[in-house]
Write a protein that binds this ligand. Sequence first.
Ligand code: AQP
Length: 334
Amino acid sequence: MDTIFSGIQPSGIPTIGNYIGAMQQFVALQEDYNCYYCIVDEHAITVPQDRLKLREQTLGLAALYLAVGLDPQKATIFIQSEVSAHAEAAWIVQCNTTIGELERMTQFKDKSLKNGRTGVSAALLTYPPLMIADIILYNANLVPVGDDQKQHLELTRDFVERFNKRYGTEKQPILIVPEVKIPEQGARIMSLQEPTKKMSKSDVNAKGYISMLDEPNVIRKKIRSAVTDSSGKIEYDVENKPGISNLLTIYAAVSQKTIPALVEQYAEAGYGEFKADLGDAIVAVLEPIQIRQKELLASDELNLILDDGAERARRVANKTLQKMRNGVGLGRKV
Ligand code: AQP
């Protein structure tokens, strides 16, 4: 069976973008793959976080993983920092990656240009090695990622090939080279206020995103005030009508209807009616998830599931880490 690794950062409350772009896929994939779903809290601290909020968001995200339908019997669900192999392997990865490679990452270039090199943590440069560690520790051969992560996957593949060549043999490679798995419904959800910009949970403007924990009236209000255009016609045209096209993408994902079917359904309708129905459709999906999340947070079940997930993850990750340590020559041979 193929193995998949994926994760979400607890850097805020997940948005409907995280739900559509990641969580919905996670649930579908757990049926056919050996899945490791991580709450990547070590990635979240690459930018400053409030420690109490981070803890709350970490548990909240874990509860959301379960509330959307991830099944701990089928997938391994765990918190990254509870498996110390991630940080250890990331160090070995860093020692076998060049500064030049990391400086070429467009996300590093963009963010360091925006904030200046002295204004960002060194982890902005070195978090891709942590991502590489996440993937290789579980022998993941498939990684579901969006377009923006393709470059990091290329870096991972280059790293694995180099590492195997340096420390393994052709007959006995140490690490598995992962393949990119582009999700079939690779929808990219955009900000409700600036529909040419990705919807992000850390957006300073809360009107730009729908958080998975927004109350029903807040969801309806945010959709009502989403930026559209003045034509009043419901059409899918990303270039010329990014706002309404984004709303159509969201509607399709939460209703299981296709975009052409929605365009036909609303051919005679105005934006007001369309937005009111979309608000209801989002609430219909998120409300039961919110109720389940609350129950999980109030129960002991969540901690037991996370303990078990960390234990299962540690068993696999520690084995790979030991192989890496042996390959490089760290410590005494085990
Ligand atoms: N707008 C989006 N549309 C579709 N998919 C999205 N994802 C994120 N935003 C959208 C997918 O969610 C997964 C986890 O993302 P992450 O939390 O690890 O980091 P991110 O991509 O940086 O997400 P955010 O919400 O934008 O977080 P912040 O604001 O903290 O940087 C990934 O699979 C991603 O594709």
